[in-house]
Design a protein around this ligand. Structure first.
Ligand code: NAD
Length: 348
């Protein structure tokens, strides 16, 4: 019903949020398999540095654009991946209304674009839609326990509404929409000061500062290496028939946060001990994906063990300094209104 024939036999994907942590790895993987990329990003939390290596690739184009405004693309597009949204709590809470609008209006704008191009659509949803779960591990059928008035609601409720938009477009046969519920993902190109646990701990360890653990550290998380996540996203975009339901993507290996901190301490020479701080509001106690659906439908499961993934993430962070201490740091716009030295190009 959604299929279209390409004249030139090539595939072109639009990756919104493509200059971010996961999005830039997705751009790398898609270009490597021969898919041309239009990377759309406002550079709110991403960095042009993440895609700078692709800048001169003939199949790569970058558009600086905020998805809360409509977007028109002249080229034919086959796939739209929507990863555009700040993912770290301090960043998405800095401008909560914009976060909510990014997820609702931004997703609606990209669905309209996908409909216009008859492109398949993949929404990067999140395990946060389960809130502080009463069911463990979390299968896709669990409806979640989200506080709709709390400080995380702009993100959690925004992502829930974005899922609604996707399934409404699918039910109405307007867009071949798919939804990935992404669980904690880590790896090179995370921002070092964005308040996410893996990057926080590694950054503190490399600086010889004590590692911050919130609460007792007995709360659990599951961490998926970014290459595994990207493989899952592409598999979900391509699987036929469309599952017609959200699919959890993440690593089911669960560990207490304190254990993660200990592993980082073991891997970074000279790292200092642990500092315990009070638990932030609405911080979930347990988080572990049930990935039975992804295994059955996509024949996918994570392959990179935490020890290996942590080591390569630490290597990447260690290589940032001293030559380029700002790489991976959140930047502010400069006086000319550009980020990271990237020349502003007006949206098409
Ligand atoms: P990120 O912050 O590194 O990337 C998000 C990208 O989106 C950035 O480049 C940012 O500049 C861009 N962006 C934000 N708002 C935008 C807007 N309005 N218009 C255009 N671009 C905008 O985060 P990430 O970790 O790469 O996450 C990517 C996606 O995956 C997000 O949608 C996030 O919600 C989802 N996700 C990530 C994780 C994780 O652990 N990394 C977990 C669950 C869900």
């Amino acid at each position: 019903m959604f299929k279209k024939e390409r004249q030139d036999g090539r595939r072109k994907a639009l990756v919104a949020g493509g200059a971010g942590f996961v999005g830039s790895h997705l751009c790398d993987a898609l270009l490597a398999e021969g898919t041309d990329i239009i990377c759309v990003d406002s550079l709110l939390t991403g960095s042009f540095d993440n895609v700078r290596a692709l800048e001169n690739h003939p199949g790569f184009r970058f558009i600086e654009h905020d998805i809360t405004s409509t977007l028109t693309i002249g080229d034919e597009i086959d796939e739209v991946y929507n990863l555009a949204c700040a993912a770290s709590p301090p960043r998405y809470q800095a401008d909560p209304s914009h976060t909510l609008l990014t997820n609702v209006v931004g997703t609606a704008n990209l669905l309209a674009l996908a409909e216009q191009h008859r492109a398949a659509f993949l929404q990067a949803s999140t395990s946060e839609i389960y809130g502080d779960p009463e069911v463990h591990p979390q299968p896709e059928t669990y409806r979640g326990s989200v506080n709709c008035t709390g400080p995380r609601a702009c993100y959690d409720e925004g992502k829930r509404a974005a899922e609604t938009l996707c399934f409404d477009h699918l039910r109405q046969e307007r867009v071949d929409a798919r939804v990935a519920r992404i669980f904690n993902t880590y790896g090179p190109r995370m921002q070092q000061d964005d308040g996410r646990i893996v990057s926080n701990l590694i950054f503190q360890a490399l600086q010889g500062r004590p590692l911050t653990v919130y609460g007792s550290g007995r709360q659990t998380r599951s961490f998926c290496y970014v290459s595994d996540m990207v493989a899952g996203l592409i598999a979900l975009m391509r699987v036929s028939p469309n599952p017609g339901a959200p699919v959890n993507l993440g690593n089911p290996e669960e560990l207490p946060v304190i254990e993660l901190a200990r592993r980082v301490l073991d891997l970074v020479p000279g790292a200092k001990d642990i500092d315990f701080l009070p638990l932030p509001e609405d911080d979930p106690q347990r988080r572990r994906p049930d990935i039975a659906r992804a295994k059955a439908l996509l024949d996918w499961e994570p392959l990179v063990p935490l020890s290996k993934g942590l080591a390569s993430t630490i290597d990447w962070f260690a290589a940032l300094s001293p030559e380029n201490p700002d790489r991976g740091k959140i930047r502010e716009k400069d006086a000319e209104g550009t980020y990271n030295g990237y020349e502003h190009q007006p949206s098409p």
